[in-house]
Design a protein. Structure first.
Length: 237
């Protein structure tokens, strides 16, 4: 595992954006006319169950508003799980088949929850899991209520999500982690044991995983671990 420590959220974000740019997805390069998205295929990692696609907090809406509508990606190359599918199990199985048909995932990029969950793979999830229906934990519902007028009752209780096994099959994984509220999760991901109770800790087993974080997220790392990763990136190790 490679761990990149940046001083703040802005620098962390820039590092991640620059890295992704090397793997083709960078909006600024597109706007400068240097890159086209016509041949890029995307797979979103999750979607809420039983929420309208046009709901402002659906991941369909979020992705089209904040990303896809700004680039020249082909609509047929965008894949987002359908939380309103008549058969949710089949929807998840078909999603895995679509990923396989596309040749697999070259770069998986995601964040991490305060409880160490990756996508909607909540604590206790199987580390070999594939795309499936998941019931959200109270902690996740509370955390996501900020997007629903701080009303927990408005937050969907289930979601469709890629599994940890799906993530681990990607050729590269880039995880972003920022803020003191993610410090405990980062400690388990970087310094702890691999555990199904901190599902993102499975990245320790991935051959090409990168965690990019800010200083605030490092608050619970040991001094030795913190210095090790700083020295490693400075070329001192």
């Amino acid at each position: 595992m490679r761990v990149i420590i940046e001083p703040n959220y802005e620098r962390m974000s820039k590092w991640a954006a620059d890295y992704v740019a090397k793997r083709i997805i960078d909006i600024k390069k597109y706007e400068a006319g240097e890159l086209s998205f016509k041949n890029v295929i995307t797979f979103n990692m999750d979607e809420y169950v039983k929420i309208p696609e046009d709901h402002p907090e659906s991941y369909h809406s979020f992705m089209w508003k904040n990303f896809f509508s700004h680039i020249d990606i082909k609509k047929e190359n965008v894949h987002i799980l359908d939380g309103n599918a008549p058969d949710l199990t089949k929807e998840c199985e078909d999603y895995e088949k679509a990923i396989e048909a596309a040749g697999g995932i070259d770069l998986f990029m995601g964040g991490v929850g305060p409880d160490g969950h990756l996508a909607f793979n909540e604590p206790g999830s199987s580390l070999a899991s594939k795309t499936r229906v998941k019931t959200l934990t109270t902690d996740t519902i509370i955390a996501n209520s900020r997007f629903f007028n701080n009303d927990m009752n408005l937050v969907p209780k289930q979601a469709l999500t890629v599994g940890i096994g799906t993530v681990m099959a990607a050729r590269e994984v880039l995880l972003v982690c920022n803020g003191h509220h993610k410090a405990r999760a980062l400690q388990h991901i970087v310094d702890g044991n691999v555990s199904h109770m901190w599902t993102a800790s499975m990245l320790q087993m991935h051959p090409h995983a990168i965690v990019v974080c800010d200083e605030a997220a490092c608050d619970e790392l040991t001094v030795g671990t913190y210095k090790y990763y700083l020295d490693k990136e400075r070329g001192n190790l």
